[in-house]
Design a protein around this ligand. Structure first.
Ligand code: AMP
Ligand code: MN
Ligand code: MN
Ligand code: MN
Length: 287
């Protein structure tokens, strides 16, 4: 049986990626992706461009986004797939979620200024494609450019994570709201990269059970954020909770991303892929 090369998690310069939706579509097609979703953070204004570019390249397309959620004191990401991108409540919810980013960025810059790194707000803004979507990634690019750190990963480790000078706690969307915005717009909610969170087993169990209670149906098993051991671990978790499984590189940028578009291992055969349940929501034909 032909296993579909689906990549259902990636970012363009509409959020914190560096490629335009069109260039990202071309790269995905060149890498052999057959079903693609652009999942910009808290923002769906790139969806039409991504869909049109995908269809022009003969790639099937699912609408996508990645919503920032606060849960048990941490930030959790919920991917939405296959929704109607003109849904009013979804658009309003995403706009509200994006709303605090500029103020947060000013506070991040103030924290960095205290340790002698000046001009970080203006510096980060130079990397921003969409002013509403200023993110930690844009600060990281600026700190690499100014020679403070050799790469973006060390910027996060030294400056942008909890306990470090550029970190500002932020309250994002509520889990139930994010899941409902997606599902009521006809889409499917998926827990992004569960291996990245630093939850206790009890908190992780609460995340999965509450997510399902709110109507969530999927979990990323194959993601660029998971180790080989986590691929197996979250395959087991998907089965245990009866969740559909997703696959996505989380590609952001050619120089920065460790996982190329469309390059992850296939989903284990014992799992049910999210895209089978979303077949009616796919734009274009799957080869
Ligand atoms: P924000 O939504 O502004 O908090 O930024 C979160 C983004 O930062 C994520 O989507 C990743 O793209 C990026 N990020 C988070 N942690 C790291 C890390 N350790 N190294 C590199 N990028 C990271
Ligand atoms: Mn990102
Ligand atoms: Mn994420
Ligand atoms: Mn992502």
């Amino acid at each position: 049986m032909h296993l579909l090369n689906a990549d259902l998690h990636s970012h363009s310069n509409v959020s914190d990626g560096t490629l335009s939706p069109e260039d990202l579509a071309r790269r995905a097609a060149d890498q052999g992706v057959e079903l693609w979703a652009l999942t910009d953070h808290d923002e769906i204004s790139g969806q039409r461009r991504a869909r049109e570019a995908a269809l022009d390249l003969g790639m099937a397309y699912l609408t996508g986004t990645e919503i920032s959620v606060s849960f048990a004191g941490q930030t959790v990401h919920i991917v939405g797939l296959g929704f109607d991108d003109e849904d009013a409540a979804l658009n309003a919810g995403l706009a509200a979620t994006r709303g605090g980013r500029t103020q947060r960025a000013r506070e991040m810059a103030a924290g960095l200024a205290k340790v002698g790194i000046t001009g970080a707000f203006e510096g980060a803004l130079k990397y921003v494609g969409n002013p509403e979507l200023i993110s930690r990634t844009h600060f990281a690019r600026f700190l690499v450019e100014s020679g403070v750190c050799p790469d973006t990963h060390s910027v996060f480790r030294r400056y942008l994570t909890e306990g470090h000078p550029g970190y500002v706690p932020h309250v994002w969307a509520r889990l139930g709201d994010a899941v409902r915005w997606i599902t009521q717009a006809g889409g499917m909610a998926v827990i992004a990269h569960p291996g990245r969170y630093k939850f206790t087993p009890t908190e992780e169990y609460a995340l999965f059970t509450e997510f399902i209670a709110h109507g969530g149906q999927g979990v990323e098993v194959m993601t660029g954020s998971h180790s080989a051991a986590e691929h197996i671990r979250y395959a087991d978790t998907a089965l245990e909770f009866g969740l559909l499984a997703s696959r996505g590189s989380d590609f952001h940028s050619p120089g920065e991303s460790r996982t190329e578009l469309g390059s992850l291992p296939d989903l284990p055969g014992r799992l049910k892929p999210v895209w089978e349940a979303l077949a009616a929501r796919v734009h274009g034909a799957v080869a």
